[in-house]
Design a protein around this ligand. Structure first.
Ligand code: ADP
Length: 210
């Protein structure tokens, strides 16, 4: 089975949700740069102070900061590894290729109108990073995380204007990575528009076996 995986896709495509499933069911270690950055911002670290303005406006944090952050985390990981939200630029992909050999990039393809609706109804846990959706994946208790009982919140960057900017940033900076991994014969595209969360994760699991 493929064990060094990159998840690609626009904001709201379901990367975080699918990453959680793969972590739980197949034992992947998930590295989510979005979660890491939000934690740094919340904790008011030096890195968080630098990253804050970018994260809140839906722009990309500069490559040097993110690459350093991911390098530090990779060191302590052995076994299957899954990148969620990284790389987001060709520079980041090159930096990743210089430290680890990626087996497969899975791009979750979703239409814009579906994305906007999902993001507007997304809830998150600040403690464990679990992702919920008011309609498609509600928590068992209203606004409480199923896993760790923490109160859920809506991300500041999930406001409509910021979402539009994030989609634009995705198209400009991250979409070229589809071609990047395709040219290296490492790309699989999964339809993330239709079907339940589970049926999409079944498609992803099949790609990992393939
Ligand atoms: P989404 O996939 O829903 O847009 P993420 O949680 O992955 O959200 O990222 C949230 C924000 O964190 C991004 O808008 C960006 O500011 C920052 N970020 C996350 N990952 C990266 C990265 N690899 N490079 C630069 N900025 C990043």
């Amino acid at each position: 089975m493929k064990s060094r995986i990159v998840l690609l896709g626009p904001p709201g495509a379901g990367k975080g949700t699918q990453a959680e499933i793969l972590e739980k069911e197949l034992g992947f270690t998930k590295l989510s740069t979005g979660d890491m950055l939000r934690e740094e911002v919340r904790n008011g670290t030096e890195l968080g102070e630098k990253a804050k303005i970018y994260v809140e406006s839906g722009n990309l944090v500069p490559d040097e900061i993110v690459v350093e952050m991911i390098k530090k985390r990779i060191k302590n990981i052995s076994g299957a590894i899954l990148f969620d939200g990284y790389p987001r630029t060709v520079k980041q992909a090159d930096a990743l290729a210089s430290i680890i050999d990626i087996d497969l990039a899975i791009s979750i393809d979703v239409e814009d109108k579906v994305l906007v609706n999902r993001i507007a109804k997304r809830l998150m846990c600040s403690k464990c990073g679990a992702v919920y959706h008011l309609i498609n994946k509600p928590p068992r208790k209203e606004w409480i995380c199923d896993k760790c009982n923490t109160t859920l919140y809506q991300r500041d960057d999930d406001k409509e204007e910021t979402v539009m900017n994030r989609l634009e940033v995705y198209r400009r900076n991250t979409l070229p990575l589809i071609k990047y991994y395709d040219e290296r014969n490492k790309l699989v595209i999964i339809n993330g528009n239709e079907g339940t969360i589970n049926s999409i994760s079944e498609r992803i699991k099949a790609a990992l076996e393939g």
